[in-house]
Write a protein that binds this ligand. Structure first.
Ligand SMILES: *Cc1c(COP(=O)(O)O)cnc(C)c1O
Length: 456
């Protein structure tokens, strides 16, 4: 059989709400052309993010009912800790309410003025937390990682020579840790090879720099290694994941991704000194170390979700369903970032709207068009998210102008995706009609969440 099917059936359903084009025109204008400001009920297919939008399994819901809500020393915490220690091998496991809480805690331990923290590509909240602490966040993707048309197996890799050069340049004493994001979300959900993890580890060891892995999508990354990297075809995804973890001095995770839950995360460390500092910050800002700002039932759901994410039938379906969307779009001529990533398809807005300059936000224009066309919510990852304007008014954009269509885990069926394909192809055929936007309001950090726009 060549059709890969969903390895589950549906037990519980949630209606989605249809709107007319006239209604959507009004909603998007009211939202200042920023889809983060829409009411979710006015969205038909929500591909804004794969974060916390997972459909939980019956086992996870049963775990929710079994959660032990003790403030301290909850049974659910010990279950969660056991699963994580067994999987990651790290000595200390600190639960947090979501990924950025782990980032905030890590940055309050190691960040600060004069420090430099490299990554293959920093996720937006990671960059924001580093910069908020006064430190500098540096992206070191491999060259092909910023070239949307290039097809390569591990475009998420870090440029190891650039890492060496950066350490030489700023001095190892100013690099408190090196991060490596698996998969590389801002770089297109592209995987990092085991060889690259090993090579980055070697550079870190040589300079005495701790390596902290951002493992939001560790299971998808491990599955890509199994499918693409020599020597791993017959290794289980769990063992591949364990090997990845073995090269880190710690890891942080938003479990809203491969933790298969609606909220949660953790910071895991081998250093007892760092763990103690982290727990001190945790108690002040998040909660007691056996719940970290979560309901204990959430820890129960996470413990089960982390196991389910490693199921190879699930991962086969997951990667295939994202690839299916990419293949269909490509066949229709729509420019996408290739090859398809693990959790999302990224439209290449630079090529799709080559008549709109980066300073006029071509990606945001496509995002608005997809909503108007079919009630689909996507997100711009380009000049809105990462662009800056210098004092002389000149626009500085990132390497790529992308529109991300993130696929929530276990939520949409193939016919939902077929509808999305139709809508994108319609917008693509009328792309010359799209116009740019002007930003009329922006916050000092993470401006994309709350920015306002006007159409040009
Ligand atoms: C989502 C994400 C984060 C932040 O996690 P939140 O749960 O959204 O706070 C950090 N890094 C990566 C790679 C992510 O995808």
């Amino acid at each position: 059989m060549k059709t890969i099917i969903e390895p589950f059936k549906i037990k519980s359903i949630e209606p989605i709400i249809f709107t007319t084009r006239e209604q959507r025109e009004a909603f998007i204008a009211e939202a200042h052309y920023n889809v983060f400001l829409l009411h979710a009920d006015d969205v038909l297919i929500d591909l804004l993010t794969d974060s916390g939008t997972t459909a939980m399994s019956a086992r996870q819901w049963a775990g929710i009912m079994n959660g032990d809500e003790a403030y301290a020393g909850s049974r659910s915490y010990y279950r969660f800790e056991n699963v994580l220690k067994e999987l990651t091998g790290f000595s200390y496991v600190i639960p947090v309410h979501q990924g950025r809480a782990a980032e905030k805690i890590l940055c309050s331990i190691v960040g600060g003025a004069g420090k430099v923290i490299p990554n293959n590509t920093h996720f937006d909240t990671t960059r924001a937390n580093i910069e908020y602490s006064g430190a500098r966040a540096v992206d070191l993707p491999v060259r092909e990682g910023t070239q949307p048309e290039v097809i390569a197996p591990f475009k998420g890799n870090m440029d190891v020579a650039a890492l060496e050069a950066l350490i030489e340049d700023v001095g190892a004493e100013n690099v408190p840790c090196c991060l490596l994001t698996l998969t590389n979300n801002s770089g297109g959900g592209q995987p990092v090879s085991m060889k690259n993890v090993r090579d980055v580890r070697a550079v870190c060891t040589k300079h005495g720099i701790p390596l902290i892995l951002d493992v939001c999508r560790f299971a998808e990354n491990a599955m890509f290694i199994k499918m693409r990297e020599e020597g791993y075809a017959t290794t289980s995804v769990r063992d591949i994941a364990k090997e990845m973890f073995s090269y880190g001095d710690g890891a942080m995770m938003s479990a809203k991704k491969d933790g298969m839950v609606n909220t949660g995360g953790f910071l895991a460390l081998n250093s007892g000194v760092w763990a103690e500092r982290a727990r001190t910050v945790l108690i002040v800002t998040e909660g007691f170390p056996t719940y970290g700002g979560l309901a204990r039932r959430d820890l129960e759901a996470m413990a089960i979700g982390l196991e389910e994410a490693l199921d190879e039938a699930y991962l086969t379906y997951r990667l295939r369903s994202v690839q299916y969307l990419g293949e269909r779009l490509k066949a229709a001529g729509v420019p996408i970032l290739e090859p398809p990533g693990g959790h999302a398809i990224y439209l290449d807005a630079r090529r799709l709207c080559d008549h709109i300059a980066p300073k006029d936000f071509p990606g945001q224009s496509i995002v608005c068009a997809l909503y108007r066309e079919a009630g689909i919510r996507s997100v711009e990852i380009g000049s809105v998210m990462f662009g800056t304007t210098s004092a002389d008014g000149e626009h500085h954009g990132p390497a790529m102008e992308l529109v991300r269509l993130a696929i929530p885990r276990r939520v949409y069926t193939q016919s939902h995706i077929d509808y999305v394909i139709e809508a994108i192809v319609n917008v693509y055929e009328r792309r010359r009609e799209l116009r740019g936007l002007r930003m009329t309001y922006e916050a000092p950090y993470l401006r994309h969440f709350t920015a306002h726009f006007e159409e040009l």
